[in-house]
Design a protein around this ligand. Structure first.
Ligand code: IPD
Length: 299
């Protein structure tokens, strides 16, 4: 019901701030040696004790308050738990999105909490504790930001809700992820070249993005597209916990989120009708989020 959903939403926001405090406390230990963090599949895929402790804290709080709810978390999954999205309300959590940033003290780190009801993502909460910035959204109710600059929740997008006339005025985010195998990397490099460079035969016909960023957190990329400070975000290799919350926040701010698409043209064509977050979209692993590019000529 509406009031149950509101309860879950309020609880998730409070929980993100509590987790944020745990993340900040965890950062007080230096990661200059390998103590405190470990690699998963390679040296670019890290997990810290703070990721694990924060996930434990969040999981415990959720199961105490909502015992019938399901939980899917990055670290529980890494430890072998494989919960599918079922009929129960499902929380999809990345305790620290931007773990490499966390280890290096680069402040783009957040907790990402997505909530799926009837197999659709309906609530997204992303809290970046080092910047004290909270993004949250709920299906049909818009998305919001609170930060030291916006003490009371302010509706997204913040600025220039008009589509940009061209890719040439766009600030684009690209992530490199942790999968650096040459076949995967060459796809990343060729998409990067098409969108950011004046390559002959590129998708944009001599037009290229005005600026390119890699901030190292999938969830924060979604939020920046939602707020209007990024115009497009492209990545291959995300997991449901990286994107679930961000999808709700971005879509509620009017962005189009497309999985398994790499060309901006297809994104624009697919813009209408992608407002439902299906399990396929959550597990597609390949994403383009776009909000501000208009004009089919740009490809
Ligand atoms: C990663 C970050 C990174 C993105 C990867 C994610 P993690 O999440 O969001 O920016 O490129 O695809 O897996 O490992 O820091 O939680």
């Amino acid at each position: 019901s509406e009031s149950e959903l509101q309860d879950i939403y309020t609880f998730a926001i409070d929980l993100s701030r509590k987790a944020g405090r745990a993340i900040v406390e965890g950062s007080s230990r230096r990661f200059s040696s390998s103590a405190g963090f470990d690699q998963k599949k390679n040296t670019a895929d890290l997990v810290t004790e703070t990721d694990q402790a924060t996930e434990e804290l969040v999981k415990k709080e959720i199961s105490t308050r909502f015992p019938s709810h399901q939980f899917i978390g990055e670290e529980s999954w890494a430890a072998g738990e494989e919960n599918a999205i079922g009929d129960a309300v499902t929380w999809i959590v990345d305790p620290i999105d931007g773990t490499t940033n966390f280890v290096h003290g680069f402040p783009f780190t957040c907790i990402s909490i997505g909530i799926v009801v009837d197999k659709q993502a309906v609530i997204g909460v992303v809290y970046a504790p080092f910047m004290d910035t909270l993004y949250h959204g709920c299906k049909g109710k818009g998305s919001y930001v609170s930060s030291p600059h916006h003490q009371t929740p302010t509706q997204l997008p913040l600025a220039n809700p008009q589509p940009l006339p061209s890719l040439t005025q766009a600030l684009v985010a690209f992530e490199w992820g942790s999968d650096r195998r040459s076949a995967v990397l060459s796809k990343k490099l060729s998409s990067f070249a098409k969108i950011t460079g004046d390559a002959e035969g590129g998708v944009v016909g001599g037009k290229f993005a005005q600026g390119v960023r890699s901030i190292g957190s999938a969830a924060l990329n979604f939020c920046h597209v939602a707020s209007g400070s990024l115009d497009l975000y492209w990545e291959i290799g995300c997991w449901a916990w990286d994107v679930c919350a961000g999808i709700v926040i971005a879509q509620e701010a009017g962005a189009a989120v497309v999985g398994s698409q790499t060309h901006a043209k297809e994104v624009i064509e697919a813009k209408e009708g992608f407002n439902v977050v299906t399990p396929q979209l959550l597990t597609g692993r390949k994403y383009v989020v776009i909000r501000a590019i208009d004009g089919a000529d740009d490809g």
